[in-house]
Every structure is written in structure tokens, then in C-alpha cells.
Design a protein. Structure first.
Length: 629
């Protein structure tokens, strides 16, 4: 056996040590039971003691250390006391079975935690440790943690990208499934953003680094999942408080049960102590305590696989109780970049040639609207050479240039001639503006030749997402800094319940505060710096994964895929978790009550009490594991 194989084998044993101990304990108990009439009684007792030690060591250690640390008794210690108590009155097998099933339930709960840890470990393994940096036209490998902003790194086809940045040379299909969960590769070209942990599949690329290793989106995802695991939900915190008080009540009741039935009902001492031991077993809140953690960890892992990152159990629990969801517009409901939706050319001019000329002029500008027109014009084929001369930018108005000796102007109505622009093609500009579109005019030698209507387009998935949210009875509202015409247009298209336009960041906060009146639970969905205060104030802040760092840090939930349909997926996952937690709690309390009553009427013995109680614990853990699917 090689060293690596041996090391892997030992790691697996260590990971599953609780389950292995439980199985060994169970095997010893079964062996002792089979050999009851064959081996000496002292050997039979020793076998049970060994089963006690192997099966109960982990739980006893955890119970003792926890009791010392928090200065209060707990479920683990309760079970150990019950097992020892059973053995002390001669019920060795029953006590050993209790330890076996309890250790099996503990191993199952540990499996849930390990499953969540494993997903984080798998994510961490996707982060390269070294990067190929380019300095003075030379390549060398350095640790990723030594990368600085503006460093140039080279990634070959098939390699994993080591840092967040922009492509400055080359192109490649990139597998971003580690970040977004999306299995279909995305083609990335020059100036496109790429993320650490993703894979360049079929082309080599040079990347300029934009973030330190500790600040990459990949690293933030890992930190979010880790912090979510450690943050407890309100229900879990209540159960933990309840556990400490309940354990003390059980112990006091057990002590009374040892004596009172003997004097009040004439039970023998053996029967009183036996029934007290059964009470100690069946009244323990193991199943109640195990009702939440496995379910919560499973749901968090499930969400992470779908590209939904919850920053804690509290947010996972609360998101299904929302009454109102407020949405930012740009980058949230819309794609965040304007596109040409209308291109209208005067009949006197050739349409394609005019569009190509305006596109060539705008190609000299870096304005977002200019980029949109250039992109639009590139869709048309026209085999002519357009030479742009004497290009000038008039700030806040537009641009001018000479094409074949003719002066072209592209910009606002006032810049090209307001009266003619507004009356162009029967005043169509006014109609487009009412639909929330931005209008850019083009004139040649002082005569308006064309107009372009531009708009930030609504995300495809937004329509279905809003419809699903409204079907849940959740009030939807748009909070945007855009003008009323644009806000009204977007709200109408998506059938939102209301909108508030021209919102500054502080006005978004005021809107969230007003929406929260009458104890309504409000969520805010946004992506920008201006959304951060509202995200922080809302009961649940939801950030788009492509958003600013401030928004990602402030939000309670992050949608890595920038897919609004994931808002409804998060709500549904929360509903499933809350439903399963309620099922677990009601079921475990019912079993405890039924077993306590049955014990008082002497209807059950210790083995049945052990199986009923520990069986219910295993069932609630398995029920919680359903959320992994």
C-alpha cells in the first residue's frame, strides 16, 4: 500500500470513526446476545462494558466537555446516565442497545455536518494555489496569495483560472459551474470578466488581476457558506435554551419517579427504579434537538448548489415569511446595459448606410449609449469604407464628425436641432420617450436623418420570477433612481404592484421603512452601492452576484447566477425547511409524550423505550437529510 493510499484510508477511518464505533458496539452486543447461554456470565458482562465504552466514548466525551464548558447538563450526558443506570439494575443489554442507537444517531448527524464540510472542501480544492505571472515578457509560477492588482497572468487551455480579472488577450470557453452552478460554458473574449476557480476550456488567455486572492468572488462564496453553517436560526436557539431547562426537569422527575411510585402505588423498588430509567430514556429531548441542525445544514448546502448563498440559518428561516419584496431596476430587473430597440431612418436616406455611419462615429466615443449604437450597427453588413474625420465630443450634448465632407451630429434633440428632431417622423420621439426609452438623434448637414431608441432591457427570467412571487401573495414594488416614465414602463411590463421613481439611496431606505410598517416583513433585491443601505435595513437583503462588493457584503442572501427566478427558489427552499423542521418537532414531541404515558402505565419495557426514542431521533435526522435533494 502506497503512502498516499494509506493516508487516504486513514482519513476515511477518521471521518467515519463515530459510525465505525457504533457498528463495532452493535456487533459486540449481538455477539453477547447470541452467546448468552454459552459464555460465562462475567465474560458476558465484560462484552457489554466494552460495547458501552466503544459506542459511548464519543458521546460521553462531548457531553462531559459541554457540561463543563457551559455549566449545564445536556442530552448526551442524559443518555450516558440512562445507560449506566440501566446496567446498574441489571439491564445490561438494554443499556448497551441505548448506547448503540444513540451513537448511531450521533454518527448520522455528524454525517450531515461532514457532508456540508465536504462541499466546502471540494470548493476550496477548486482554488489554484499557483499562478503563471508575466513579467518583462517572462513567465514564472508564484503562489496565488502573492498576486497583486494589475498583475498579468497567463492561463493555458484546460487550466483553472487563479484570480478574478479581465481578459486582455485571447479568448476561451469558460466553465463557470464552480461559481454559478451553470453547466454550459460561456465564451469569453477580450475585456470580459473572469473569476477564480473557473476553467478556461479551449483557449489560452492573458488576464489582468483586479482583486487580491482573499477578495475574489470564489473566496467570498466559501466564507459565506462557512459563516452560514455557524449562524443559528431563531428556532434552533430557542430549542437549545429549552434543552437546558428540559434536561434539569427530566432529572428531577426521574429522581421523584424512583421513590414516589413505591410509596404512592406500592411498586417494588426494582420496578420504581426500572421505570425511572425508562423515563430517563424516553423523556430525553434527543429527537427535538436533532430536528433542526441536519435540516438547516442540508438546506444551506442545497441552496449553495443552486447558486443561492444564505449567510445564516436565520435568513434561511425568515425568507419564506416575506410580505413585500422591493426591487432595484438597473442590474436587478434589467440587464444593466442599454441596447438599441428602435432605429428609424428618414426615407430620403439609405437605412443600412445611415446606421453604419452613425455606428462608425459612435465607435470613436466611450459613452455607454454610443457603445450600444456601435454594437447595433455591427449587426448589419455593408461593404463600404467609412472614414471618420475631425471627431469632436461636446460634453453633455453629443458628438460631431465629418464623413465624406458632410458634417454629422449625433446626440440630444437640442444638439441636432430641437424643433426638427421632435417633429421627426410625426413626433415618434415623444411616443418612444413615454415608453421609458432614451432617444439619440443623428443629423447630416443640419437635417435630422435618423433617431435611435435605447433602453435597458428587462431580464428574460424576470417576468416568470415576478409572476411566481405575486402568486405567493407577496406585494412587489420597484424602487429606482430612474424617471417616472422609465419606472412606469418597467413596472407595467413586469406587472409589479407599485413603483417609486427618482429614489436616492436615503429615499430607498425611507421606502423600506414605510413598507415595514404594521409588522410587515420586507425584502430588498439590489446590486449597487446605492442599494446597500436599503439591503441592510430590510428584513432580508438579497444581492445579485454581479453586484458591487458593498451590496454583496451587506446582503443576507446572494444570488450567484444573477437569476431572479432564484428568489422564488430560495423562498421554496425555506418553506420546505420550515415545514420539515415543524414535522420533526411535532413528531418528536408526540413520541416523547406517548412513551412517557406508556411508561407510567407500565405498558412498555426498556428495550421498546430505547427503540422508540432513539428510532424517532434517527427518523428526524433522515427527514432533514431530504433537503439535500
Amino acid at each position: 500500500m502506497s503512502n498516499n493510499t494509506k493516508e487516504t484510508f486513514l482519513q476515511k477511518i477518521h471521518t467515519h470513526r463515530e459510525l465505525i464505533a457504533a457498528i463495532i458496539s452493535g456487533t459486540i452486543i449481538l455477539t453477547a446476545w447470541v452467546l448468552t447461554n454459552i459464555i460465562p456470565h462475567i465474560v458476558w458482562i465484560i462484552l457489554h462494558i466494552i460495547a458501552f465504552i466503544i459506542g459511548g466514548f464519543a458521546q460521553a466525551k462531548e457531553g462531559i466537555l459541554d457540561t463543563i464548558e457551559h455549566k449545564k447538563l445536556n442530552v448526551e450526558l442524559l443518555m450516558v446516565i440512562a445507560a449506566i443506570g440501566s446496567a446498574s439494575i441489571g439491564y445490561w443489554t438494554e443499556g448497551a442497545i441505548l448506547i448503540f442507537i444513540f451513537s448511531l444517531a450521533g454518527a448520522l448527524e455528524t454525517y450531515t455536518i461532514n457532508k456540508s464540510d465536504k462541499e466546502i472542501s471540494l470548493l476550496m480544492d477548486l482554488q489554484p494555489e499557483e499562478a503563471r505571472i508575466i513579467e518583462n515578457d517572462m513567465e514564472r509560477m508564484i503562489p496565488v496569495v502573492q498576486l497583486k492588482i494589475n498583475d498579468h497572468i497567463f492561463v493555458r487551455a484546460g487550466e483553472r483560472i487563479p484570480a478574478d480579472g479581465f481578459i486582455v488577450k485571447g479568448s476561451s470557453s469558460v466553465d463557470e459551474s464552480a461559481i454559478t452552478g451553470e453547466s454550459i460554458p460561456i465564451t469569453k473574449i477580450k475585456n470580459d470578466e473572469v473569476f477564480a476557480g473557473t476553467v478556461a476550456l479551449n483557449g489560452s488567455i492573458t488576464i489582468v488581476v483586479t482583486k487580491y486572492a482573499s477578495e475574489t468572488l470564489f473566496e467570498k462564496i466559501i466564507k459565506m457558506i462557512q459563516s452560514a453553517k455557524d449562524e443559528k436560526s431563531p428556532t434552533q436557539l430557542f430549542i437549545e435554551k429549552f434543552e437546558g431547562l428540559y434536561v434539569n426537569i427530566v432529572l428531577i422527575t426521574v429522581v421523584l419517579m424512583m421513590f414516589l411510585p413505591h410509596y404512592l402505588f406500592g411498586w417494588s423498588w426494582t420496578e420504581s427504579i426500572y421505570r425511572a430509567m425508562i423515563l430517563l430514556v424516553v423523556a430525553s429531548p434527543c429527537a427535538v434537538v436533532a430536528s433542526i441542525m441536519p435540516a438547516m445544514l442540508s438546506a444551506i448546502s442545497n441552496g449553495a448548489r443552486q447558486g443561492i448563498l444564505f449567510k445564516g440559518g436565520i435568513h434561511l428561516e425568515h425568507i419564506s415569511h416575506l410580505d413585500v419584496i422591493a426591487f432595484d431596476k438597473t442590474g436587478t430587473l434589467t440587464n444593466g446595459t442599454p441596447v438599441v430597440t428602435d432605429a428609424i431612418v428618414h426615407p430620403e436616406y439609405d437605412k443600412i448606410e445611415t446606421i453604419k455611419i452613425v455606428g462608425a462615429i459612435e465607435n470613436e466615443s466611450t459613452h455607454p449609449l454610443a457603445n450600444a449604437i456601435t454594437t447595433y450597427s455591427s449587426k448589419f453588413d455593408l461593404n463600404i469604407n467609412i472614414s471618420v474625420e475631425n471627431m469632436r465630443t461636446i460634453s453633455g450634448e453629443g458628438v460631431s464628425a465629418y464623413i465624406n465632407g458632410q458634417i454629422w451630429k449625433v446626440g440630444k434633440a437640442e444638439f441636432v436641432g430641437e424643433n426638427e428632431a421632435l417633429n421627426f417622423q410625426n413626433g415618434i420621439a415623444n411616443s418612444l420617450a413615454k415608453n421609458g426609452k432614451t432617444i439619440v438623434f443623428a443629423s447630416v448637414n443640419g437635417k435630422v436623418a435618423a433617431l435611435f431608441g435605447l433602453q435597458d432591457t428587462i431580464r428574460e427570467e424576470a417576468y416568470g420570477a415576478i409572476e411566481s412571487i405575486k402568486k405567493k401573495g407577496i406585494f412587489t414594488i420597484l424602487l429606482t433612481g430612474d424617471n417616472k416614465l422609465t419606472a412606469n414602463s418597467v413596472a407595467k411590463q413586469l406587472k409589479l404592484d407599485d413603483y417609486i421613481a427618482e429614489c436616492l439611496p436615503n429615499e430607498k431606505v425611507d421606502a423600506i421603512r414605510n413598507l415595514s410598517k404594521n409588522k410587515k416583513k420586507v425584502a430588498m433585491v439590489g446590486d449597487g452601492i446605492n442599494d446597500a443601505p436599503a439591503l441592510a435595513l430590510a428584513d432580508t437583503g438579497i444581492a445579485m452576484g454581479d453586484g458591487t462588493d458593498v451590496a454583496l457584503e451587506t446582503a443576507d442572501v446572494v444570488l450567484i447566477k444573477n437569476d431572479l427566478s432564484k428568489v422564488m427558489a430560495a423562498i421554496s427552499l425555506s418553506e420546505r425547511m420550515n415545514r420539515i423542521v415543524k414535522q420533526n418537532i411535532f413528531f418528536s414531541l408526540f413520541v416523547i409524550c406517548a412513551l412517557i404515558v406508556s411508561n407510567f402505565f407500565q405498558a412498555i419495557d426498556l428495550p421498546l423505550g430505547v427503540i422508540g426514542h432513539e428510532g424517532s431521533t434517527i427518523l428526524v435526522i433522515v427527514n432533514g437529510l431530504r433537503l439535500l435533494r
